[in-house]
Each structure stands twice: as structure tokens, then as C-alpha cells.
Unconditional design. Sequence first.
Length: 221
Amino acid sequence: MIECTEKNIWYKKHRKGKFKRCFSIFLTFLIVFGVIFYYQKVVVNQIFKICSDYAYSFSTESVNQAVLSSLSNGVKYTDLVSVKENNNGDIVLMTSNSYKINLLSREIIRDTSGNLTQKLNEGIPIPILTFFGFQVLSGYGKDVKVKTCSVSAVKCEFFSKFISVGINQTLHSIYIKVISDIKVSVPLNNKTITCETEVLISETVLVGKVPEIYLNGKLFS
């Protein structure tokens, strides 16, 4: 009778100890899962928001610097577009200078990528309290330079805008749109941000009727 009682006591203690261990493991797993979930949903979103703001700012600044540098040699409207008129002064043909446009595109892409990479390699300042996930305090604390961004790709496109400014007078503006893909990498998550910047390259007033095909923006298509 005594042996049976001792076995029952040992069995109950053993089962109780096993239950405590299982409960501790489950509680630890729950806490770890909660921390990861909170980090993903709150902290990562705040870091992405800050990185996105800086990425757009750096991209715009890099594009403007690249365009200014490329145009410093004095690119004129006639370097990019040739206009032919008939005897009545009406425009019958407009052609783009593919060689000059491609050369200008390569220069802008190269300089934009170089400028943007340099800025991103310096790191993005993130207030230290942001890493705790408290949105109210996310803008406070000492800045920590974090190198989480890199340039994935840069490309550019030329396009035109035609605006009537008088009788048989049309303002023709040539723009370049630079598209920068920036990869933001943080632990357990990656995201690509696409930044678009439009810059005026050149413009002139065309005198005479302009064919509808060009007014619809087909010059650089």
C-alpha cells in the first residue's frame, strides 16, 4: 500500500514537472512569435517609411545633379529634334536625334546611379527610438546611420508635351523621366521602392501647324 502511494506521488510530481516544462516552452514560443510579429508589423513599417522618404529625396537630388551635369555642355533643342516645314510654313516632319538622346540617357543614368549609390552608402539616419516601435517617440533619440538601401536599377525615358500658346504657335517641351529602383533590406524583410523624377530638358515655340501624331506624344515613342 505504501509503495503504491509513493509511486502515485512520484507520477503526479513527474507529470506536473513535465506540464511546467511544456508550458514554459509554449510561453517562450508565444513571446518570441509576438516579438517577431510586432517587429514586422510596427518596427519594420516605421523603418520602411523613413527609408522611403530619404530614398525619394536622394533620388530626386541625384537626378537633378546628373541632368545639370549632362546639360552643362549646352544641349539645345535642335540637338534633340529636327523640324521640317513645307512652303506654307506648316510643320510636316519632326524627327528625334536617336544618337544624341541615347548618349544623353546613358550619361544621366550613369551619373544618377553613381550619385545615388554614394548618398545611400553614407547611410540613412534613423532615430534610435524608432527601433522600439513607439510611433509617438519614433522621431526622437540619437540618429543611427543604417546602410539598408542599395540601387537596383536606373532607367530613363524621353517624352514631349505640346501646349498651344497662340494662333499656329505651339510650345514644345522635352522632358526626361528618370526611374530609380531602390532596394531596402532589413532583417526578415526586403522591399523595392520605385522613384520617378521628371526634369525639363529643353523647349521651344513651334510656328505653324503641328501634325496630330506629334501632338499625341509620338515623337519619342
